[in-house]
Design a protein around this ligand. Structure first.
Ligand code: URA
Ligand code: SF4
Length: 208
């Protein structure tokens, strides 16, 4: 299967998936969307009310802010892949549970392998946790690190800025740095980080 076919298969499977309890609250699954050859992938948390209605990621108020953030750096959402760590809406927008995250990772991993993006921007704690489990978002947001040949850039979740207005300017300035981080990453040396180091002491990660 080529990468388009893998993404299409994931899309179909998510709509009928019953691997975790989140399928009970699903109206529409939200597999994510974007080109199969996207260089940048944004990974949020999970569908909210509007996403569950429409089957598309980031189409509510948080999505509107994400669009503004992309616009500010001259990117359009059609150019990037936008997805989530869980594909079905947690009831009442509660946080996803650990077992839901680990179960749904089955789909996210296939998407990452198929797209093979140069850069993954994590939005919020849950998607950051997939890559840098013990990091504190207040310490690492807006900083880039190389992991398995890929640049990971953790950012606050756009919805957090809607509840906490002081985070708005933080997200704006973190996004503003993204093009420079991406440009410098290409010539930057690559470090392979042992998973044990990654788990036990995130400060040992190569930050730049
Ligand atoms: N918040 C998310 O984390 N993902 C969405 O798709 C929408 C809002
Ligand atoms: Fe399946 Fe993921 Fe939906 Fe759970 S959240 S039912 S694992 S698609």
């Amino acid at each position: 299967m080529n990468s388009e076919e893998i993404l299409a298969k994931v899309e179909r499977e998510v709509q009928v998936c019953t691997k975790c309890d989140l399928h009970f609250s699903r109206k529409r699954g939200v597999p994510g969307e974007g080109p199969a050859n996207a260089e940048i992938m944004f990974i949020g948390e999970g569908p909210g009310f509007h996403e569950n209605e429409q089957g598309r990621p980031f189409v509510g108020p948080a999505g509107q802010f994400l669009d503004e953030l992309l616009d500010q750096i001259g990117m359009r959402r059609e150019q990037v892949f936008i997805g989530n760590v869980v594909k079905c809406r947690p009831p009442g927008n509660r946080d996803p549970h650990l077992e839901e995250l680990s179960t749904c990772d089955f789909y996210l991993e296939q998407q990452i392998q198929a797209i093979n993006p140069k850069v993954i921007v994590t939005l919020g704690r849950y998607s950051m946790g997939k890559f840098i489990p013990n990091a504190k978002i207040s310490e690492v947001h807006g900083r880039a690190m190389r992991l398995k040949g890929r640049l990971i850039v953790p950012m606050y979740h756009p919805a957090a800025a809607l509840h906490q207005p002081s985070l708005r300017s933080v997200l704006v300035s973190d996004f503003a740095r993204l093009p420079a981080l991406i440009a410098s990453a290409e010539s930057a040396p690559e470090y392979e980080i042992e998973p044990t180091v990654e788990k036990s002491d995130p400060k040992q990660l190569s930050m730049f």
